[in-house]
Design a binder for this molecule. Structure first.
Ligand code: CA
Length: 221
């Protein structure tokens, strides 16, 4: 389970990181909005713990931005702002939970567990987008009702896009998910797989399904 902590107070961030790491979570930290944006572009997280007062902006703006661009990862706000209207605003903007500082670490842990549990319960098993239907249980794919034969890797690749429609996925993120270690992977391999997916799924050039974002990655349109 990967957790991203967005928190500018170094000491608190360290304590959280240490506590979560001891309980077998993989933890990354970001101190600013900018670092948080970069971190989220690079890696997929299972949960984000978000402070609101950050040196280069407001965590609520980050949250708004993420939800607008389709990020579905659960966000737990951890903030000193504890007025009811702050909580309401955070939750309305798409936060999944709100814990005010000061807090007890045990309570934070319980809330983290609860978020992760909920997330695994609601994980959809059939993904549908632009006429593509992907059944994650039976591992079958359909395009406009017609079955499409996909290899295991092609299926995994398509699944990442279907989980994140409209979002630009970096080559690093995709490779990390598909191949255990992206360092071993010849990056051309990803392009080979992408062209195979395109050949199987893009019915006409006027309506492309994928966009190549030069130097960055790919996007399911
Ligand atoms: Ca802060």
């Amino acid at each position: 389970m990967k957790v991203l902590i967005v928190e500018d107070q170094q000491r608190l961030a360290q304590l959280l990181k240490q506590g979560l790491t001891e309980r077998s979570y993989t933890v990354a930290c970001a101190r600013t909005c900018r670092e948080a944006r970069d971190a989220l572009c690079e890696t997929a997280y299972d949960l984000i713990i978000l402070d609101l007062g950050l040196p280069d902006g407001d965590g609520l703006d980050l949250l708004r931005e993420w939800r607008k661009s389709g990020f579905k990862e659960p966000v737990l706000i951890l903030s000193a702002r504890d007025a009811v209207q702050d909580r309401v605003k955070g939750l309305d903007l798409g936060a999944d939970d709100y814990l005010s500082k000061p807090f007890s670490f045990e309570e934070l842990l319980a809330r983290v567990r609860s978020q992760l549990r909920r997330q695994s319960e609601v994980k959809e098993t059939v993904l549908e987008y632009r006429g593509i239907k992907l059944d994650l249980l039976s591992h079958t794919a359909h395009l406009s009702g017609q079955p499409v034969e996909l290899t295991r890797r092609e299926f995994a690749l398509l699944e990442i896009f279907m989980q994140n429609p409209g979002r630009i996925l970096t080559r690093t993120l995709i490779s990390e998910k598909i191949w255990a270690s992206h360092y071993d992977v010849d990056t051309n391999l990803l392009d080979v797989y992408m062209s195979r997916l395109r050949a199987k799924l893009e019915k006409s050039q006027e309506k492309p399904l994928f966009k190549t974002v030069r130097g960055v990655g790919y996007q399911l349109l």
